[in-house]
Write a protein that binds this ligand. Structure first.
Ligand SMILES: Cc1cc2nc3c(=O)[nH]c(=O)nc-3n(C[C@H](O)[C@H](O)[C@H](O)COP(=O)(O)O)c2cc1C
Length: 216
């Protein structure tokens, strides 16, 4: 069998010459983020709103997982999850998080760091009410990340709830809702040929965004 390093070496790609010029950057990183997200959506990038979020356990161990970016509220990044999940416990214990978007189709990465808290009940309700009923019921029955014996456990509970809530409005459970990240650091990476990538960081200093070019 071929060595994994040889297989991976054959995957090497050039990234093209799309430039990220300092003069084209928005002064506010939120606008730059929106611009890149819009472009990713326009070119039909796969899951353009998927972002990996990293948290830290109370034993100082970092943990990452993907979630879906769902909204910007007062310039904060919103995603939704279970408030009793491992990630939620980690956030309540240590609100410092980092995250990353990657759009391979256009060779772009956005990295951010910030402070995370529960989103307002209104933001959580609005999103929960917009979900298809199946997603609402699954939010209710899942004790996210707890061990289970089999799919049946979940499917049976959903079937019971489908009867219980037939023709009734499903209310958001207290243990499920939004998280909101206030970002204090952003980094935009545009992949370029020969690994001479363009990178810019935005750091929040005295309420002003300072932009700096970083070495690839
Ligand atoms: C593309 C993608 C999107 C996801 N979106 C979410 C999400 O928005 N909310 C969520 O709770 N889990 C989402 N998940 C599942 C999480 O990655 C993770 O498995 C789950 O939230 C449990 O994480 P935890 O044990 O660290 O709390 C997503 C997974 C993938 C692959």
């Amino acid at each position: 069998m071929e060595k994994i390093s040889s297989t991976l070496a054959s995957l090497r790609k050039e990234y093209g010459n799309k430039e990220l010029d300092v003069n084209e950057l928005s002064e506010n990183p939120i606008n730059q983020f929106k611009k890149w997200l819009d472009e990713a959506i326009k070119i039909e990038a796969n899951e353009p709103n998927a972002m990996a979020i990293s948290t830290v356990t109370d034993e100082n161990k970092p943990r990452s997982r993907y979630v879906l970016f769902k909204d910007l509220v007062e310039e904060e990044i919103i995603f939704h999850s279970h408030y009793e999940s491992p990630k939620a416990k980690e956030i309540f214990n240590n609100p410092n998080v980092s995250g990353v978007f990657y759009w391979p189709e256009i060779h772009r990465q956005i990295r951010f760091e910030g402070v995370c808290k529960k989103a307002s009940p209104e933001v959580s309700d609005d999103y929960f009410n917009s979900r298809p009923r199946g997603g609402q019921l699954s939010a209710i029955v899942s004790n996210q990340s707890q061990k289970i014996q089999g799919r049946d456990e979940i499917e049976e509970k959903i079937a019971e709830l489908e009867i219980k809530y037939k023709n009734k409005e499903i209310k958001r459970p207290d243990n499920w809702g939004g998280f909101s990240i206030k970002i204090v650091y952003w980094e935009f990476w545009q992949g370029r040929d020969n690994r001479t990538h363009d990178r810019f960081s935005y750091s929040l200093l005295d309420n002003e965004w300072k932009i700096e070019r970083l070495s690839p």
